[in-house]
Design a protein around this ligand. Structure first.
Ligand code: GLA
Length: 384
């Protein structure tokens, strides 16, 4: 776990000035998977794993990054910043700086130290937390205020256009705008959102299958292309369908013979997932945890069978959780093909749930999982 005072001291020793420090969290998605780029609904929460960013100005015309996780430095001439990615960790902070520059901001020379504890490649949005932490720190140094939704959009563009991962808006949005003890229901069409309190007797238990996932990898892109193909075919009949958000199950049934099977299944997941996500938000708001759990169960089945974005380990992790006392709902969270499951669990049995799930999963798969008991946390913030 990173420590703010330790990071300040590290930064001061390395760069010779006392920094300001900012934090931006990772996220867990309760429901609404792959719906963000179809302009649909998602309901994630920011979690208490985060990236810290310490920042100070420089006077030598350079941009210097230090990644405490890798004990590596990268240094760039401000007047000759790379315009394309290198396949390196520095692509994330550099991408954010390039997007700020593209918006017309004059970027000052700066030193930025990053230190994160979001598990990497586990579907908990470590990259979004680096982007949002960087954007928060750099705009604060520039004394520029960018509202949370616009900041999230800028960070998404850094990931799409600079890093080269074709993600939606969910991760950056909740990292920038999340609130402690709340889930965030986001309409990815107009970025309007509302916060739904997570009852204090509910724990967010995140179970890492230890199967690595990457959204830069091919599967995410293939799924997205299938979703867009189904949308294009439906739009020939109903031009008002701009994204699958605008389509209904009836549309899909009516023209299903024109849509290749894989695209049809992906579309069915997206259309039904949008409905489930809205229902889940309503269930959470009226404290109907039974209904919320049922919707998570259906969402997992749809993600696994229609979207085919699960893996045998994640399916097993969900099934094992569903057999344990105290479970409210479980499903694979994030981009898919590995990563973590989210388990909503009655707080008073959360520790026992964690121990039992870990030993059952290890006994069956031979893999020792990491299981974290998390809390919904605030989005990006200054730690002074
Ligand atoms: C990744 C992407 C998000 C979203 C999810 C799937 O986390 O970054 O934009 O598409 O996958 O819901």
């Amino acid at each position: 776990m990173q420590n703010v005072e330790q990071l300040k001291e590290l930064h001061r020793k390395r760069f010779g000035a006392k920094p300001l420090v900012f934090a931006a969290p990772g996220r867990v998605n309760l429901i609404g998977e792959h719906t963000d780029y179809a302009e649909g609904f998602v309901m994630p929460a920011a979690i208490d794993f985060s990236t810290l960013a310490a920042i100070t100005p420089r006077s030598d015309g350079r941009i210097v990054f230090w990644a405490e996780n890798f004990a590596e430095e990268r240094s760039f001439e401000l007047s000759a910043l790379p315009s394309s990615r290198k396949g390196d960790w520095s692509d994330y902070p550099l991408g954010v700086i390039q997007m700020l520059a593209a918006e017309g901001y004059a970027i000052p020379a700066l030193s930025l130290s990053l230190w994160g504890d979001v598990p990497l490649g586990s579907g908990l949005s470590s990259s979004a937390s680096v982007e949002v932490a960087t954007a928060t720190a750099v705009t604060s140094l520039m004394r520029v205020a960018i509202a949370g939704p616009a900041l999230a959009r800028l960070c998404q563009r850094a990931e799409n256009e600079f890093v080269g991962a074709n993600c939606g808006i969910m991760d950056q949005f909740v990292s920038a705008n999340g609130a402690a003890d709340h889930a965030l229901l986001l309409d990815c069409r107009d970025l309007s959102y509302r916060l739904a309190p997570i009852p204090s007797n509910v724990a967010l238990v995140i179970a890492n299958t230890m199967v690595k996932h990457s959204i830069a990898g091919g599967e995410y892109g293939t799924r997205r292309a299938e979703v867009e193909l189904a949308c294009k075919i439906l739009a020939r009949h109903r031009p008002e369908i701009r994204f699958l958000r605008d389509a209904t199950v009836e549309d899909l049934e009516r023209w299903s013979h024109e849509i290749p099977e894989a695209a049809r299944k992906r579309a069915r997941h997206i259309i039904t997932e949008n409905t489930r996500t809205l229902e889940a938000a309503a269930a959470l708001e009226r404290h109907d945890l039974g209904q919320l759990g049922r919707l998570m169960h259906e969402a997992h089945r749809s993600y696994s069978q229609d979207f085919e974005a699960s893996c045998s380990e994640a399916d097993r992790m969900v099934e094992l959780a569903e057999g344990l006392p105290g479970l409210i709902g479980a499903r694979l969270t994030g981009g898919g093909f590995g990563g973590c499951t989210i388990n909503l669990v009655e707080q008073e049995v959360a520790q026992e749930f964690r121990t039992r799930l870990a030993s059952l999963y290890q006994a069956e798969t031979g893999i020792r999982p990491e299981i974290y008991i998390c809390h919904a946390s605030d989005g990006a913030r200054s730690l002074a």
